[in-house]
Ligand binder design. Sequence first.
Ligand code: IPD
Ligand code: CA
Length: 266
Amino acid sequence: MIDNEKLISIAKEAAIEAGKIQLDFFGKAKEILFKSSEFDLVTNADKAAEEKILSIIKSNFPEHEFLAEESGLSGDSTSDYVWVIDPIDGTTNYAHNFPHFAVSIGLLYKGEPCIGVVYDAFKKEMFWAIKDKGAYLNNDKIQVTSVDSIRKALLATGFPGTNKAMIEENLKYFTKFIYEAQAVRRPGSAALDLCYVACGRLDGFWEMGLSPWDVAAGICIVRESGGKVSNFAVENYDFKVKNIIATNGLIHSAIDTTIQELKNSK
Ligand code: IPD
Ligand code: CA
C-alpha cells in the first residue's frame, strides 16, 4: 500500500494547480463546447485543468489507472488504484460566472473511496479526507450535523440535463421535500453538495444521474465526517447505480423512505 500522506499531498497539489487555472479563466470569455447535448457543457478551462491534474498525478503514480470526465479512462487497467477526476464540477455555473464550482479528485482502492479532495478555489476552501482518518475543511476537522428530522433540515439536490423521465421523477421528490423540509437548494455542484453535508452546511442531499467523477471524492469526505452515503433503497453505495443519498445519517432513512413512497406514485 502507498503512504496515504503522499497520496493526499499529491491530490491537494493537483487540485490547487487546477484551481489556479479555473480562476485564470473565470469571468473571461470562455470557449464553450457542447458534449452529449446543449445542457452538457465543457469549456477550455475544464480541458486545461484536467490536463494539469493528470500530468501531476501521473508523474507521481504512473502505475495507476485514471478515470477523468473529459478524457475518460487511461493508465493501467489492472491497478488497484483508480483516480476519479472532475476538473470542474459545476461547469454550467462556471460558464455563467456563477461562483460555485470545484475541482474533485477521488481515489479508489480496490473499488472503495480512500482519498477525497474537493477544492473550491473561489472561496479557498479545500475539503479533504483520508479513509479512517477523518474529514477536514482546510485545517479544521469537520462533522455532519445532529439534525434528526426532515422538518428541521436544509436539503439539496440536482437535476440531470436532458433525461425527461428522471427530471420528472426528481421533481416529485423536490416538491415533496420543499413542503416537508425547512428548505431545499439546487446549488449546481454535486461534489460541493456532498462536502456541504460533510461540514454541516446541509443536512442531506439526493440526486439521480450523476457520474463517478461527480461523487467519488465527496463520498469519502461525507463518510469520514460521520455521514452516510447510499443509493436509493440500497445500503452499500455502488457507482454503477446512478442515484445517491448522502446525509448526516440521522435523516437518511426518512429521505430514502419518502423517495421510495413517491417513486411509483403518479
Ligand atoms: C454536474 C454537477 C451538478 C449536477 C449535474 C452534474 P458537471 O457536474 O455536479 O450539480 O446536478 O448532474 O453533471 O457536469 O458540472 O461536472
Ligand atoms: Ca465537470
